[in-house]
Design a protein around this ligand. Structure first.
Ligand code: PEP
Length: 248
């Protein structure tokens, strides 16, 4: 299974800061073997230029942080999957908990985005994760199962093979609290079980996300169903991000 470390830069850094961080990552990766795929999700406004800068580098790809599901039309402020595809963007994060919570995105929105991305040849990185009270009242497995099945509603096994998953317990995002390596592995194995039971592809990467840092990445990535990480805060410093990428 390929190993992936993705950095979600969220709404951080002006253009000059972002370009400097990308340069630092490019310089460091050009002298390293290609065994870990890096994915960078910068603010959308930088995707066009970054895509030219990364054209010749196979082990660093770009992801959008979000997309709208319609092809084109009167949707002021939105970006379509075909626009991303025309820039050669390979991945797009879908259903991040900040989108679900702050922008009220539903499971149905996630499903529409996934379908539109796949139509345009872009691999969705679908974020799923339970809230703190759902973990505490032990409904976290049901929550995750519902999110998976809703995200893949109407998709074939072959289409599901193009999806990447990010298990991001919401209580661990940006909070400094991390799921233990056992909790992460347990949920990743559960995700594969649900995919298998429902006839979907089980060989797609499942990343862990939630306060992953250089100090805890190795332990978390040790789980046999943990194929990498989706990194928020720690992806904003080249050294931290690259150290995490070297934690397998
Ligand atoms: C994220 O937002 O996807 C994330 C994992 O954030 P952080 O690493 O900051 O918890």
């Amino acid at each position: 299974m390929r190993k992936i470390v993705a950095g979600n830069w969220k709404m951080n850094m002006n253009y000059h800061e972002a370009a400097k961080l990308l340069d630092e990552i490019i310089i460091s990766r050009s002298s390293k073997p290609d065994d870990v795929q890096l994915i960078i999700a910068p603010p959308a406004i930088y995707l066009s230029e970054f895509s030219s800068a990364l054209r010749d580098l196979e082990n660093i790809s770009l992801a959008a942080q979000n997309v709208y599901h319609s092809d084109n039309g009167a949707y002021t402020g939105e970006i379509s999957t075909s626009m991303l595809s025309s820039l050669g963007i390979n991945y797009c994060i879908v259903g991040h908990s900040e989108r679900r919570t702050l922008f009220k995105e539903t499971d149905t929105d996630v499903n529409l985005k996934v379908k539109s991305l796949l139509k345009d040849g872009i691999q969705p990185i679908i974020c799923i994760g339970e809230l703190l009270h759902e973990r505490e009242n032990e409904t976290h497995f049901q929550v995750i199962e519902k999110q998976i099945l809703a995200a893949l509603e109407g998709l074939s096994e072959a289409e599901s093979a193009k999806v990447l998953w990010a298990y991001e317990p919401v209580w661990a995002i940006g909070t400094g609290k991390t799921a233990s390596a056992e909790q992460a592995q347990e949920m990743h194995a559960f995700i594969r079980k649900i995919l298998s039971e429902n006839g979907f592809n089980t060989q797609t990467p499942i990343l862990y996300g939630g306060s992953c840092k250089p100090g805890n990445a190795k332990e978390i990535f040790g789980g046999k169903d943990v194929n990498g990480g989706l990194i928020g805060g720690a992806s904003l410093k080249a050294n931290d991000f690259l150290q995490i990428a070297n934690s397998f």
